[in-house]
Design a protein around this ligand. Structure first.
Ligand code: NAD
Length: 503
């Protein structure tokens, strides 16, 4: 079965082989979970959800923080596994883990504040009521993850769903199965007294993910490509299962005339190529003011000339994790060069086996694939523009709306506010992803809903509104056939007073 095969049926006794993308070495094989196994995992989670959901916020916090401590205790082993299975350098693996730990702590520590019952003002006409807004866990959340940040990215759903009182069934990407199972195993090791199934994994390709969507979960939280997100939403529609979709991006950076050019070039060089460019909110496009374009392009080129991929300790970034992505990167480079683009660093010759060296393409036509589609490789397009208005217009002219960045000493915040995206970093790239209290997510092809922050907790809970009639007001039985003419007469006097005085 191929990685992209999403056929409904799963071959009996099929296995999934995890391979080191840098060397081709086989790391492990895993049995693939078929439809029955997926349903069994959801049923187990449903039983565990009753126990986990009934705990207090403080108890869940204790269990989540124990999980963090176990991840820290096993961080060397986990980072080695991330390096081997995903290909990224060990330091990048540690940074990814560190950011995930920050989110686990934030979700565990803030769940009570965000989700605790709140009293709501009932309003003048319902003054004899008390009103309560209570957030309940959804039950079982099915989480389908990608491979590019195999710990950090799905954790944005896993930690927040758990903190909100849900059990989780997690299908890691077929390219990060070992890592996903390691993380779940750490939760179980840290919390042996909890029932099996609070956080469990299922393994397989797209067909296993598709089975999870159909398995009666209470929400599907998906991170991956827009194409898969659309299939998941269509399938989930059959049962009106709600979906959270964290999909791809085509993030733009605006470099204004008053930008700190060295800082902007440093950020663009890193944001475009770190993690081999396999970052959903990585830098893919740059719009730079013509007054500073030459200086900026020269500086990005200077930095990236010394940046090399590899799998040794000195490598700046690793191989392409998913071999099929290499063809997409090649197609985008070729298309950009055919459509007016000039390669100022690298070109198709930068693709060397599973490694791709940095590629900078200047002034490619805005209709070329390298500008319109997600490339997900260590390449960047840079376009010279006539001022901020043109930069904003071109940045917004995308089917994606995930992240973005602005470099300007004086007007960064104002420019940021004009961008149609879920998040913007001013005078930095990707800063928003490291601030746990800030929600993360996009619009259009970048998806639906938010992970992280208070909205990320609310995504995994269900509001329950409760109205309690504390006493009756004689003659004011509004919601009853015993309502009298005098009640209506009174209301006709009260309503203009309440709502009719604004000129
Ligand atoms: P993908 O869509 O190929 O796969 C993602 C997951 O979906 C995998 O686990 C896969 O097995 C599963 N899947 C595939 N077909 C399925 C189906 N029909 N039903 C259910 N599940 C199915 O994406 P990928 O290549 O793993 O990840 C890269 C993409 O993820 C990029 O587009 C990237 O931008 C995006 N991404 C987004 C974010 C974000 O937070 N917005 C974060 C990381 C990655």
């Amino acid at each position: 079965m191929s990685a992209t095969d999403t056929a409904a049926s799963i071959e009996a006794d099929a296995t999934l082989t995890s391979v080191n993308p840098a060397t081709g070495e086989v790391l492990a094989t895993y049995p693939i979970d078929d439809e029955d196994a997926v349903r069994a995992a959801v049923a187990k989670a449903r039983v565990a959800a009753a126990t986990w959901g009934a705990l207090t916020f403080a108890e869940r916090k204790k269990h989540l923080l124990r999980w963090s401590s176990q991840l820290v205790a096993k961080s060397d082993e986990l980072c080695e596994l991330i390096h081997a299975e995903n290909g990224k350098p060990l330091d990048d693996a540690f940074l990814e883990l560190m950011l995930a730990l920050e989110h686990i702590k934030w979700a565990a520590s803030n769940a009570e504040k965000v989700l605790k019952p709140k009293k709501i003002a009932p309003g003048a006409l319902m003054a004899n009521f008390s009103a309560h807004l209570e957030q309940r866990p959804l039950g079982v959340v099915g989480i389908i993850g990608p491979w590019n940040y195999p710990v950090y990215t799905p954790n944005g759903s896993i930690a927040y769903a758990l903190a909100a009182g849900n059990a989780v069934v997690f299908k890691p990407s077929e390219y990060s199965t070992g890592i996903g199972n390691f993380v779940a195993q750490c939760f179980a090791e840290a919390n042996p007294e909890l029932p099996d199934g609070v956080f469990n994994t299922i393994n397989g390709y797209g067909a296993t993910g598709a089975a999870l969507v159909r398995a009666g979960v209470d929400k599907v939280a998906f991170t991956g490509s827009a194409a898969t997100g659309k299939k998941i939403m269509a399938s989930a529609a059959d049962t009106l299962t709600p979906v959270l979709l964290e999909c791809g991006g085509k993030d733009a950076v605006i470099v204004a005339a008053d930008a700190d050019i060295k800082a902007a070039a440093d950020a663009v060089a890193w944001g475009a190529t770190a993690n081999s460019g396999q970052t959903c909110a990585g830098v893919e496009r740059v719009y730079v003011d013509k007054s500073v374009a030459d200086q900026f392009i020269a500086e990005v080129k200077r930095i990236l000339t010394d940046v090399k991929p590899g799998s040794d300790a000195k490598a700046s970034y690793g191989p392409m994790t998913m071999p099929s992505q290499i063809d997409i990167v090649r197609r985008h480079i070729e298309d950009a060069l055919k459509n007016g683009g000039k390669a100022v660093l690298g070109g198709v010759e930068s693709i060397k086996g599973p490694f791709i060296e940095p590629v900078i393409i200047v002034d490619a036509d805005e209709s070329s694939a390298a500008v319109t589609e997600e490339t997900f490789g260590p390449t960047v397009t840079i376009k010279t523009v006539n001022g901020v208005d043109e930069a904003v217009q071109l940045a917004n002219n995308s089917t994606f709306g995930l992240g973005s960045a602005v470099y300007s000493k004086k007007n960064g915040l104002e420019i940021a506010r004009r961008l149609k995206v879920g998040a913007t970093s001013v005078n930095s790239v990707l800063g928003f992803a490291a601030i746990s209290g800030l929600p993360f997510g996009g619009s259009q092809d970048s998806g639906i809903g938010r992970i992280h922050g208070a909205p990320g907790l609310l995504e995994f809970s269900r509001p329950h509104s409760i109205a309690v009639q504390r006493f009756t007001i004689p003659g004011m039985a509004l919601l009853s056939y015993s309502r009298t003419d005098s009640t209506m007469k009174l209301l006709r006097k009260v309503v203009p007073f309440l709502h009719g005085r604004h000129k």
